[in-house]
Design a protein around this ligand. Structure first.
Ligand code: GRF
Length: 205
Protein backbone atom coordinates (compact mmCIF):
# COMPACT_ATOMS: atom_id res chain seq x y z
CA UNK A 1 0.00 0.00 0.00
CA UNK A 2 1.29 3.48 -0.83
CA UNK A 3 2.09 5.50 2.29
CA UNK A 4 0.34 8.82 2.88
CA UNK A 5 2.64 11.81 2.42
CA UNK A 6 2.57 14.07 5.44
CA UNK A 7 3.67 17.69 5.90
CA UNK A 8 4.14 19.04 9.42
CA UNK A 9 3.73 22.80 9.91
CA UNK A 10 5.60 24.28 12.86
CA UNK A 11 6.36 27.65 14.46
CA UNK A 12 8.68 26.95 17.37
CA UNK A 13 10.40 24.31 19.44
CA UNK A 14 8.84 21.31 17.78
CA UNK A 15 8.52 18.78 20.60
CA UNK A 16 5.35 17.45 18.96
CA UNK A 17 7.22 17.18 15.67
CA UNK A 18 9.90 15.26 17.57
CA UNK A 19 7.27 12.84 18.88
CA UNK A 20 6.18 12.25 15.27
CA UNK A 21 9.76 11.76 14.06
CA UNK A 22 10.41 9.30 16.91
CA UNK A 23 7.21 7.42 16.08
CA UNK A 24 8.21 7.22 12.43
CA UNK A 25 11.65 5.88 13.33
CA UNK A 26 10.05 3.30 15.64
CA UNK A 27 7.80 2.07 12.81
CA UNK A 28 4.69 3.43 14.47
CA UNK A 29 3.48 5.33 11.38
CA UNK A 30 3.39 2.33 9.04
CA UNK A 31 1.19 3.94 6.40
CA UNK A 32 2.41 7.52 6.80
CA UNK A 33 5.59 9.23 5.69
CA UNK A 34 6.68 12.62 7.01
CA UNK A 35 8.08 14.07 3.82
CA UNK A 36 8.13 17.80 4.57
CA UNK A 37 8.36 20.17 7.53
CA UNK A 38 7.51 23.81 6.85
CA UNK A 39 7.49 27.02 8.85
CA UNK A 40 6.99 30.76 8.49
CA UNK A 41 9.68 31.22 11.15
CA UNK A 42 13.26 30.73 9.93
CA UNK A 43 14.41 30.51 13.57
CA UNK A 44 12.08 27.67 14.55
CA UNK A 45 14.13 24.96 16.27
CA UNK A 46 11.66 22.45 14.82
CA UNK A 47 13.38 22.98 11.44
CA UNK A 48 16.65 21.73 12.96
CA UNK A 49 14.87 18.65 14.24
CA UNK A 50 13.58 17.94 10.72
CA UNK A 51 16.99 18.39 9.11
CA UNK A 52 18.53 16.16 11.81
CA UNK A 53 16.08 13.44 10.80
CA UNK A 54 16.93 13.89 7.11
CA UNK A 55 13.59 15.47 6.25
CA UNK A 56 13.21 18.50 3.99
CA UNK A 57 12.70 21.67 6.03
CA UNK A 58 11.14 24.56 4.10
CA UNK A 59 10.91 28.17 5.23
CA UNK A 60 8.16 30.42 3.86
CA UNK A 61 9.24 33.69 5.43
CA UNK A 62 6.12 35.65 4.53
CA UNK A 63 3.70 37.53 6.77
CA UNK A 64 0.42 35.79 7.57
CA UNK A 65 -2.12 36.17 4.78
CA UNK A 66 -3.07 35.22 1.25
CA UNK A 67 0.45 35.35 -0.17
CA UNK A 68 1.77 33.02 2.53
CA UNK A 69 -1.10 30.59 2.05
CA UNK A 70 -0.66 30.57 -1.73
CA UNK A 71 3.05 29.78 -1.36
CA UNK A 72 2.24 27.05 1.17
CA UNK A 73 -0.41 25.54 -1.09
CA UNK A 74 1.99 25.50 -4.06
CA UNK A 75 4.70 23.81 -1.98
CA UNK A 76 2.31 21.17 -0.63
CA UNK A 77 1.05 20.33 -4.12
CA UNK A 78 4.59 20.26 -5.54
CA UNK A 79 5.63 17.75 -2.86
CA UNK A 80 2.55 15.58 -3.29
CA UNK A 81 1.41 16.10 0.30
CA UNK A 82 -1.86 14.41 1.27
CA UNK A 83 -2.11 15.15 4.99
CA UNK A 84 -1.12 18.29 6.89
CA UNK A 85 -0.31 18.21 10.60
CA UNK A 86 -0.22 21.44 12.59
CA UNK A 87 2.20 20.78 15.45
CA UNK A 88 2.67 23.97 17.41
CA UNK A 89 1.79 26.04 14.33
CA UNK A 90 0.76 29.46 15.55
CA UNK A 91 -0.99 30.85 12.48
CA UNK A 92 -4.71 30.58 11.89
CA UNK A 93 -5.37 29.31 8.36
CA UNK A 94 -8.11 31.05 6.38
CA UNK A 95 -11.31 29.41 5.17
CA UNK A 96 -9.96 29.72 1.63
CA UNK A 97 -7.09 27.42 2.62
CA UNK A 98 -8.91 24.99 4.94
CA UNK A 99 -11.64 24.46 2.31
CA UNK A 100 -8.99 23.03 -0.01
CA UNK A 101 -8.08 20.34 2.56
CA UNK A 102 -11.31 18.98 4.06
CA UNK A 103 -10.48 16.36 6.75
CA UNK A 104 -6.87 16.55 5.62
CA UNK A 105 -5.51 18.97 8.25
CA UNK A 106 -4.96 17.88 11.87
CA UNK A 107 -4.14 20.06 14.85
CA UNK A 108 -3.12 19.27 18.40
CA UNK A 109 -4.56 21.55 21.07
CA UNK A 110 -3.32 21.40 24.68
CA UNK A 111 -6.74 21.26 26.40
CA UNK A 112 -9.92 19.21 26.30
CA UNK A 113 -11.93 21.03 23.60
CA UNK A 114 -14.41 22.75 23.97
CA UNK A 115 -12.66 24.02 27.11
CA UNK A 116 -9.95 26.67 26.79
CA UNK A 117 -9.84 26.83 23.01
CA UNK A 118 -10.42 29.22 20.13
CA UNK A 119 -8.65 32.39 19.13
CA UNK A 120 -6.00 33.53 21.63
CA UNK A 121 -5.82 30.17 23.40
CA UNK A 122 -2.35 28.99 22.55
CA UNK A 123 0.85 28.26 24.42
CA UNK A 124 0.91 29.01 28.14
CA UNK A 125 -2.33 31.04 27.97
CA UNK A 126 -4.27 27.76 27.69
CA UNK A 127 -2.78 26.39 30.90
CA UNK A 128 -3.11 29.74 32.72
CA UNK A 129 -6.82 29.72 31.88
CA UNK A 130 -7.25 26.11 33.09
CA UNK A 131 -5.54 26.93 36.39
CA UNK A 132 -7.56 30.15 36.82
CA UNK A 133 -10.81 28.22 36.34
CA UNK A 134 -9.70 25.59 38.81
CA UNK A 135 -10.35 22.52 36.66
CA UNK A 136 -9.02 19.26 38.09
CA UNK A 137 -8.64 17.61 34.70
CA UNK A 138 -7.27 19.03 31.49
CA UNK A 139 -5.54 17.29 28.59
CA UNK A 140 -5.07 17.43 24.85
CA UNK A 141 -7.24 17.15 21.76
CA UNK A 142 -6.42 16.19 18.19
CA UNK A 143 -9.00 17.51 15.75
CA UNK A 144 -9.56 18.20 12.08
CA UNK A 145 -9.04 21.82 11.11
CA UNK A 146 -11.76 23.87 9.49
CA UNK A 147 -12.39 27.61 9.27
CA UNK A 148 -13.28 27.90 12.97
CA UNK A 149 -10.21 28.05 15.26
CA UNK A 150 -10.16 24.75 17.23
CA UNK A 151 -13.69 24.12 15.90
CA UNK A 152 -13.25 21.11 13.61
CA UNK A 153 -14.34 17.53 14.30
CA UNK A 154 -12.63 15.95 17.31
CA UNK A 155 -10.51 12.86 16.52
CA UNK A 156 -9.02 11.94 19.90
CA UNK A 157 -8.64 13.28 23.43
CA UNK A 158 -6.56 12.33 26.44
CA UNK A 159 -7.06 13.64 29.99
CA UNK A 160 -4.34 14.79 32.37
CA UNK A 161 -4.71 15.59 36.10
CA UNK A 162 -4.11 19.13 37.36
CA UNK A 163 -2.10 18.80 40.58
CA UNK A 164 -2.05 21.09 43.62
CA UNK A 165 0.73 23.63 43.23
CA UNK A 166 0.85 23.38 39.43
CA UNK A 167 2.21 26.41 37.58
CA UNK A 168 1.28 27.04 33.94
CA UNK A 169 4.73 25.72 33.04
CA UNK A 170 4.48 22.50 35.07
CA UNK A 171 1.00 21.84 33.73
CA UNK A 172 2.10 22.50 30.15
CA UNK A 173 4.94 20.02 30.57
CA UNK A 174 2.68 17.31 32.04
CA UNK A 175 0.08 17.79 29.28
CA UNK A 176 2.82 17.39 26.68
CA UNK A 177 4.40 14.32 28.28
CA UNK A 178 1.22 12.51 29.28
CA UNK A 179 -1.05 13.50 26.41
CA UNK A 180 0.25 15.42 23.39
CA UNK A 181 3.32 13.33 22.56
CA UNK A 182 1.27 10.13 22.78
CA UNK A 183 -1.96 11.29 21.19
CA UNK A 184 -0.57 13.08 18.13
CA UNK A 185 1.47 10.15 16.71
CA UNK A 186 -1.46 7.79 17.35
CA UNK A 187 -3.89 10.07 15.52
CA UNK A 188 -1.48 10.65 12.63
CA UNK A 189 -0.97 6.88 12.31
CA UNK A 190 -4.72 6.33 12.25
CA UNK A 191 -5.57 9.06 9.73
CA UNK A 192 -2.63 8.32 7.43
CA UNK A 193 -3.72 4.65 7.41
CA UNK A 194 -7.29 5.63 6.53
CA UNK A 195 -6.08 7.81 3.63
CA UNK A 196 -3.73 5.08 2.36
CA UNK A 197 -6.55 2.53 2.49
CA UNK A 198 -8.87 4.89 0.66
CA UNK A 199 -6.30 5.27 -2.13
CA UNK A 200 -5.33 1.61 -2.16
CA UNK A 201 -8.89 0.32 -1.93
CA UNK A 202 -9.14 -0.73 -5.55
CA UNK A 203 -5.89 -2.74 -5.29
CA UNK A 204 -7.68 -5.21 -3.02
CA UNK A 205 -10.76 -5.80 -5.14
C1 GRF B 1 1.95 22.51 22.12
O1 GRF B 1 1.45 22.68 23.41
C2 GRF B 1 0.82 22.34 21.15
O2 GRF B 1 -0.26 21.65 21.67
C3 GRF B 1 0.43 23.74 20.88
O3 GRF B 1 1.64 24.48 20.88
C4 GRF B 1 2.62 23.78 21.63
C5 GRF B 1 3.76 23.54 20.70
O4 GRF B 1 4.86 22.92 21.23
N1 GRF B 1 -0.44 23.84 19.75
P1 GRF B 1 5.98 22.28 20.31
O5 GRF B 1 6.45 23.32 19.31
O6 GRF B 1 5.41 21.06 19.64
O7 GRF B 1 7.09 21.93 21.27
Amino acid sequence: MVRTKIAVLVSGGGTNLQALLDAQRAGELPLGEISLVASHNPGAFALERARGAGIEAAVLALPAGAEFEAALQALLIEKGVELIVLAGFLRILSENFTNKWPRRILNIHPALIPAFCGEGFYGLAVHEAALARGVKLTGATVHFVNEIPDGGEIIAQRAVAVLPGDSPESLQRRVMEEAEWILLPQAVAEISKAIAEEKGGSAHV
